[in-house]
Design a protein around this ligand. Structure first.
Ligand SMILES: *Cc1c(COP(=O)(O)O)cnc(C)c1O
Length: 219
């Protein structure tokens, strides 16, 4: 199926309250434009340099989401335009985003990434730590970042029961935290292989790459 046809398929299939982030990492501008022309406006990247190059070259009404691990020393490059940072994994990074957003006179929306998978390789914090950040004086005093939800990545496995358990856990934390912090409204979970399980568990934002743009070639 073409990129445009995939975008249309998702738009038809997804519930109205679920946003689609088209994950365009490693893909050329022409591929992004094809999705754009089919009506897609939110794109996700995992490298700040690559996202910035694409932001500069492509239509300015695209919303750019940083979905990958963020190094503090690169935050300044995305601060002028990024619309959502999905994977905040520590308070120190939030402080840096706040500082750079202030220089740009912006408020940058962020999600806290919770570790829900078993693999050690996955970034993210424990739920307790996320709650500690939300409650901290340091965060309360930041006027240029807003934590608007949570993000998580399930274990890469064929075991749907396991994925279901991990997503259900994240949704449980979302419900718990949002009682105390009503600004938390976005639950970013679900990728090409597991988005249906994510929707069943209350995802409000899917990050879909390969099933829209085809497999990635990292060479
Ligand atoms: C690459 C990536 C995705 C998209 O994965 P697909 O399996 O290609 O849909 C989603 N989320 C994150 C954090 C990613 O790095």
């Amino acid at each position: 199926m073409s990129i445009a046809a995939q975008i249309k398929k998702y738009k038809d299939e997804l519930p109205g309250d679920v946003d689609l982030v088209a994950v365009s990492k490693t893909k050329p501008n022409e591929a992004i434009l094809e999705a754009y022309e089919a009506g897609q406006r939110i794109f996700g990247e995992n490298k700040i340099q690559e996202m910035t190059d694409k932001h500069e070259a492509l239509p300015k009404d695209i919303e750019w989401h940083m979905i990958g691990h963020v190094q503090s020393n690169k935050v300044k490059f995305m601060a002028p335009y990024v619309s959502l940072v999905h994977a905040v994994h520590k308070l120190k990074l939030l402080k840096e985003i706040n500082k750079r957003a202030k220089e740009e006179d912006r408020v940058i929306n962020c999600l806290l990434q919770l570790k829900i998978a078993e693999e050690d390789s996955k970034y993210g914090m424990e739920a307790d730590e996320a709650l500690k950040i939300l409650k901290s004086e340091a965060y309360q005093e930041m006027n240029h970042v807003k934590i608007v939800g949570l993000m998580g990545m399930a274990t890469l496995t064929e075991d749907e029961q396991k994925i279901n358990t991990e997503f259900a856990y994240l949704k449980g934390k979302m419900d718990e935290f949002s009682k105390e912090f009503p600004a938390l409204t976005t639950l970013s979970m679900g990728m090409s292989g597991d988005y249906q399980i994510a929707i069943k568990n209350g995802s409000t934002m899917l990050r879909i790459g390969s099933s829209i743009f085809g497999e990635r070639n990292y060479n």
